[in-house]
Write a protein that binds this ligand. Structure first.
Ligand code: AKB
Length: 314
């Protein structure tokens, strides 16, 4: 990795990935792109470019002009917004990925990382310890685009030897940039409300289990997989897991530090999406092939989230 381009750099994962990569590879070697207005941090650097991933010519121009050899393609529409506008989710998630892969092939980019999701699994997949290889019958457009995206990445690897790599992420909990339009966003909302001393009404039922991961572990997983020796990889797409959590368990963990925090439950249409997904994921292939292991459990994450969000509030 010498010259890196990140799409979706203003998003929940993209914004933290850019910071992390710039620390390792130097700010001048990490080009951040998005259609959103950049944060003050990104605005203050030269390396931000407005880029719509649906504009293939612009993408190709940037890759050539900046001599890019690695792309982290983070731009995406998440599950809840995807159900409100499935056609938009299809265009951004699939046409966007196709544009990235095709530009990478044409312009000699060496590696493309793009995240997948637990949303590739549908109601017929095993709920506990869902393995990498199992039926993929998602019931959301987001999930459909992620399954097709995984296959597209594998196709480019097999047909054109483009080094494509992907992770099936669970819900990501983070303190820096708010997630946008996902079913698992409630987990971040719980912490934000608690730190503001406000109660929260969860749109997911108290006892619905879902797989989660804390952002530092998510960034670690991306960079670890991207840097893993190709000869050690037995597949292009890996499950990664950290914690199986219900909303009530997160609330109880928050209450250890903020005992006055209260949560009410009023499930909406997102409950059905959550119920179609697994509770926990089997990530033994990632652990074996490139030594994946998360650092954070629920209480360690809660302590760090409350500390970071409290600092921001000050
Ligand atoms: C979502 O809720 O849509 C995402 C995901 C699990 O991929 N956070």
């Amino acid at each position: 990795m010498k010259r890196i381009l990140v799409t979706g750099a203003c998003g929940q994962i993209g914004s933290e990935l850019v910071k992390y990569l710039r620390n390792i590879f130097g700010a001048e070697n990490v080009i951040a792109t998005d259609i959103k207005k950049p944060s003050d941090f990104l605005k203050a650097t030269d390396g931000f470019h407005y880029l719509d991933v649906l504009n293939m010519d612009e993408l190709a121009r940037l890759v050539v002009e900046e001599d890019v050899d690695t792309i982290f393609h983070m731009a995406a529409i998440l599950s809840a917004v995807g159900e409100q506008n499935p056609q938009l989710a299809y265009r951004i998630n699939l046409q966007g990925l196709m544009n990235v892969l095709e530009v990478a092939r044409q312009k000699g980019v060496r590696q493309v990382f793009a995240p997948s999701s637990i949303a590739v699994f549908g109601p017929d997949a095993p709920k506990e310890n869902t393995p990498d290889d199992t039926p993929l019958n998602p019931t959301t457009m987001y999930g459909v685009t992620k399954v097709a995206g995984e296959k597209l990445m594998q196709y480019y690897y097999l047909k054109y030897q483009l080094d494509t790599r992907s992770l099936r992420f669970p819900g990501i909990i983070s303190s820096e940039t708010a997630p946008g339009g996902g079913t698992t966003d409630f987990a971040v909302d719980l912490y934000v409300h608690a730190v503001h001393h406000q109660s929260y009404t969860s749109y997911i039922q108290a006892d619905t289990p879902l797989p989660f991961m804390y952002m530092p572990d998510a960034i670690k997983a991306i960079v670890q997989l991207a840097q893993a020796d190709d000869s050690r990889l037995s597949r292009r797409v890996y499950n990664v897991h950290a914690m199986r959590l219900t909303p009530a368990e997160i609330v109880r963990s928050i209450q250890k530090y903020l005992p006055d925090f209260e949560c009410y439950y009023q499930p909406d249409h997102r409950q059905q999406i959550a119920e179609s997904w697994p509770h926990s994921i089997d990530d033994q292939n990632a652990r074996r092939d490139w030594n994946w292991q998360p650092d954070y459990d629920l209480d360690a994450m809660t302590r760090d989230m409350i500390e970071k969000l409290s600092q921001k509030l000050k």
